[in-house]
Design a protein around this ligand. Structure first.
Ligand code: ADP
Length: 452
């Protein structure tokens, strides 16, 4: 097992990884920008190294600085968390080339799944159903129009290198498709430095359902059930729950079997998530994330498994040591992502946290680096806390979630807690009746922001 792990991330996930390491008896090294010198993960880590100024490209994305920090501190392995360098194949290879372990899959698997066109082709061969769409990249407008006629409008233009909901554009007609192509290409070039795009049928009312998988380096693969992440704004998840209210035992089993077989055949190692859209009883692969996800705690709450611990164990070469039959799902869990944003306009709200009181009690988990006196920085993602609640069933979970949102108090900055409070009172949400478009409509239906 590793003696020392460097955590190449910040915020709640850096703290989350530190906690797993500490419980495993592993020493931690925090790296941080000058803006994060007072962050909780920096305070708690055994060692901390400043790796650069606030902009992420100069610090959390600064590969030479991170490698130097690892060498100076005598680190054995690097955990990339999510975002930043977690799906950067070059980083993974550089880490390994320096004799360190990258806590994640191989650089080859990161590359394969990072290109959504290659990922589609790969999983198709492995027997997973994909959303109807183009065979590979779309080169010309004519090619796009011919393909759209075949699959039928509306269609979605997607960037092969896309992520975070960017580089995606819907088209309802040939005319709209021309504009969507140009728009998606532009966004992809600006955001990812690669303007390769492809087409998918735009599904009207799907749910987003994803499978959490884990594989060791000895050919064993398991899944930990699904998460329903349909509650999204601008293709970004806001609330996640597990199990999905939309699946029954047989569809759940079918999805789990498909995902685990695909992973085993791929020779994948580490944790990963296979994302699907689910409509009219059918699953369609959309992408695979080759890293730990923001919403992993909902799975931990219903399975009792520490996924970060498992991730570290398999990265160190340990065999899983258990089989699918040993993994049982217990009750229901829901996660609310709490962002430092105005709950109506979604404008970022950095600043000093004057007072902080998180909820507690049975079945309640808050993953956050916040404390009274902490200053939320303007340079990074606005996610500041995750409230994860567990109950013996969905109803108990919802009652507990309402209680926790009432208790949660963050003063000094705006947060999306108020939005979650409204959301949990909605009958559609309470009944689990929502698809990927539902939350946009819910937000649009809230009263216009007051003009003061
Ligand atoms: P990203 O990598 O940017 O997150 P994804 O491919 O995972 O992109 O898609 C993000 C979200 O966009 C999905 O969860 C879903 O809400 C929506 N989406 C993606 N593909 C389709 C599609 N073919 N039809 C309808 N919605 C889609």
């Amino acid at each position: 097992m590793f003696d020392k792990v460097l955590i190449a991330n910040r915020g709640e996930i850096a703290l989350r990884i530190h906690r797993a390491c500490r419980e495993m008896g592993i020493h931690t090294v925090a790296v941080h920008s000058t803006a994060d010198a007072d962050a909780m993960h920096v305070r708690l880590a055994d060692e901390a190294v400043c790796i650069g100024p606030p902009p992420a490209r100069d610090s959390y994305l600064n590969i030479p600085a991170i490698i130097a920090a690892a060498e100076i501190t005598g680190t054995d392995a690097i955990h990339p968390g999510y975002g930043f360098l977690s799906e950067n194949e070059r980083f993974a290879s550089i880490v390994e080339a320096h004799g360190l372990t990258f806590i994640g899959p191989t650089a080859d698997h990161i590359r394969l799944m990072g290109d959504k066109i290659a990922a589609r082709e790969t999983v198709k061969k492995l027997g997973l159903p994909v959303v109807p769409g183009s065979d590979g990249a779309i080169r010309t407008e004519e090619e796009a129009i011919a393909c759209a006629q075949e699959i039928g409008y509306p269609v979605l233009v997607k960037a092969a290198a896309g992520g975070g909901g960017r580089g995606m554009k819907v088209a309802n007609s040939a005319e709209e498709l021309r504009a969507a192509l140009a728009h998606a290409r532009y966004e992809a070039r600006e955001g990812f430095g690669d303007d390769t795009v492809y087409l998918e049928k735009y599904l009207a009312q799907p749910r987003h359902i994803e499978m959490q998988i884990l594989a060791d380096q000895h050919g064993n693969a398991v899944h930990f059930g699904e998460r329903d992440c349909s509650l999204q704004r601008r293709h970004q998840k806001l609330v996640e729950e597990a199990p999905s209210p939309a699946l029954n035992a047989s569809s759940r089993e079918e999805l789990g079997r498909m995902a685990t077989e695909a992973i085993a055949n791929l020779g994948y190692r580490g944790v990963g998530t296979i994302e699907f859209l689910y409509e009219n009883g059918r699953f369609y692969f959309i992408e695979m994330n080759t890293r730990l996800q923001v919403e992993h705690p909902v799975t931990e709450m219903i399975t009792g498994v520490d996924l970060v611990r498992e991730q570290i164990r398999v990265a160190a070469g340990a065999p899983l040591g258990y089989s699918q039959a040993d993994i049982t799902v217990n009750g229901h869990a829901i996660e609310c992502r709490i962002n430092a944003e105005n709950p109506r306009t979604f404008a970022p709200s950095p600043g000093r946290v004057v007072d902080y009181h998180p909820p507690g009690g049975l079945g309640v988990r808050v993953d956050s680096g916040l404390y009274a006196g902490y200053t939320v920085q303007p340079y990074y993602d606005s996610l500041v806390a995750k409230l994860i609640v567990h109950g013996r069933n969905r109803n108990e979970c919802l009652m507990r979630l309402r209680r926790c949102l009432d208790e949660f108090f963050i003063d000094g900055i705006d947060t999306t807690i108020d939005l979650h409070r409204l959301l949990v009172e909605d009958p559609d949400f309470a009944n689990g009746l929502y698809d990927i478009h539902w939350l946009e409509q819910f937000v649009a239906g809230l009263a216009e922001p007051a003009t003061e």
